[in-house]
Design a protein around this ligand. Structure first.
Ligand code: PMP
Length: 360
């Protein structure tokens, strides 16, 4: 089979060894004569899987004991609603930092639950930078501050986690969880859809300080209440069993590679290689301010729609797939998640050089 490098922003590339293990175990998991998809979520086998997934995540991310780890369905988009439903309880107010489309979607949902103030925004800069957050702008009579640690569409990331003092900090970490080390104690709630750095679409991880669980608005439906998941070890109803299993395998893969510190180094190497090439290229450019550049999602363009189209078409014919930029921005975007090997980035750069030489 031709070598394919998949630069999709999500769902995205998974480690090959994980896929091979899944293939081996698909018909009979641990000699049981059935796959993980077919077993009861209340079986001891699945209980062991979910327990291990949680333990691995705790170990890799160094999650303090006073945080709950929850596995929820509905994607990061459901968290746009669940966060305010559960946390906007004392002041009916929260601050949001607007760094792009996903933050805007989170803001839109939060406004349905209470009052929202924009603490900082990079909208005027077309979201090509991360705005500065001034601690003294945060009034204490608020429920939380919400940030998006990595902005998948525009390719920006927070390189410094803001200090919000006693006000809880909530983060949408969907597109850079497990890609670099974070001090979890700086956050009070983190959520992330699995389909970029953790596993397949269908499971969302929520890491929440335990004293924030159970303080929600009145009459919250059980499935929208963090407490339901916390009390039942995420097995209140049928969880996305196979997705949790694949996530466990991805976490084992990260551990075997040396943990998040090792992955972070690889991610810096991969991203620097591509940024370095783009920055000196007379043809391609990346419009993100240098200090705010993402390690995971790198948008680039020739600044000609026609050439971008030609590039995408040719790239695909060479096995470099899903490089099309988000429909709102156009151009190209290379997503270099954990499972993208260095050779993939090198192959992309070689192809870009070839394309550049032909279009000088
Ligand atoms: N937040 C961010 C930063 C994202 O990149 C995405 C998906 N691309 C979402 C939220 C929405 O995630 P989901 O599709 O899992 O609801």
């Amino acid at each position: 089979m031709e070598q394919i490098y998949n630069f999709s922003a999500g769902p995205s590339v998974l480690p090959k060894s994980v896929l091979e293990k899944l293939q081996q175990e698909l018909l009979s998991y641990q000699g049981l004569g059935m796959s993980v998809m077919e077993m009861s979520h209340r079986s001891s086998h699945f209980e062991e899987i979910i327990k291990q997934a949680e333990q691995l995540l705790r170990e890799l991310m160094d999650i303090p004991e006073n945080y709950k780890v929850l596995f929820i369905q509905g994607g990061a988009s459901l968290q746009f609603s669940m966060v305010p439903m559960n946390l906007m309880n004392k002041h009916n107010h929260a601050y949001y930092v607007n760094t792009g489309s996903w933050a805007e979607k989170a803001i839109k949902e939060a406004k349905k639950q209470g009052e929202v103030s924009i603490l900082a925004s990079s909208k005027d800069q077309n979201f090509t930078t991360i705005p500065s957050i001034i601690k003294s702008d945060i009034e204490p009579n608020t429920d939380y501050v919400h940030i998006t640690t990595n902005n998948t569409i525009k390719g920006t990331r927070f390189t410094e986690i803001p200090d919000t003092g006693n006000v809880p900090l909530v983060a949408d970490m969907s597109s850079n969880i497990l890609s670099e080390t974070f001090d979890i104690s700086k956050f009070d709630l983190i959520y992330a859809g699995a389909q970029k750095n953790m596993g397949p679409a269908g499971v969302t991880v929520v890491i929440v300080r335990e004293d924030l669980v159970g303080t929600h608005q009145e009459d919250l439906p059980a499935m929208l209440d963090y407490e339901t998941y916390a009390k039942a070890g995420s097995i209140y109803n049928t969880p996305p069993t196979f997705q949790i299993y694949v996530t466990k395998l991805v976490l084992e893969w990260i551990k075997d590679l040396g943990g998040i510190e090792a992955i972070e180094k690889m991610n810096h190497d991969k991203a620097s290689l591509l940024y370095h090439y783009i920055d000196q290229s007379p043809l391609f450019s990346n419009h993100v301010e240098e200090e705010s550049r993402s390690l995971m999602n790198i948008p680039f363009t020739t600044d000609s729609e026609e050439l971008d189209q030609e590039f995408l078409k040719l790239a695909e014919s060479k096995g470099l797939i899903s490089l099309k930029g988000h429909r709102s921005t156009g151009g190209m975007r290379a997503s270099l998640y954990n499972a993208m090997p260095l050779e993939g980035v090198q192959t992309l750069i070689d192809f870009m050089k070839e394309f550049e030489a032909k279009h000088q």
